[in-house]
Design a protein around this ligand. Structure first.
Ligand SMILES: [Zn+2]
Length: 91
């Protein structure tokens, strides 16, 4: 599944860690790796994305390693086993 970066650049390190905690709390499919399709590194950041096929107005959280989080600019293919968790926020 392809997701689009919402406003990752504007988030602080602390806030990305908080979003990861949020994701861990609400996911009902435990997944311990970075959500990027081929990545098996540990999750370190929760990143805010949109998923146009599901709802273009809802923000979702995906768990990523620091490398993918920091290099994530526009779009990213994530593993189908990794669940994306909707935030209560809407754009
Ligand atoms: Zn990664």
């Amino acid at each position: 599944m392809i997701v689009t970066n919402a406003f990752n650049q504007n988030l602080t390190e602390e806030s990305k860690q908080n979003w990861l905690s949020y994701w861990k709390h609400f996911t009902d499919k435990p997944y311990c790796y970075c959500a990027e399709q081929n990545c098996t590194k540990q999750q370190q950041h929760g990143v805010l994305v949109t998923q146009p096929k599901m709802s273009s107005r809802t923000l979702y959280v995906v768990p990523l390693c620091k490398d993918h989080s920091n290099s994530f600019v526009s779009q990213l293919e994530i593993d189908d086993c990794a669940q994306i968790v909707p935030t209560e926020l809407s754009l």
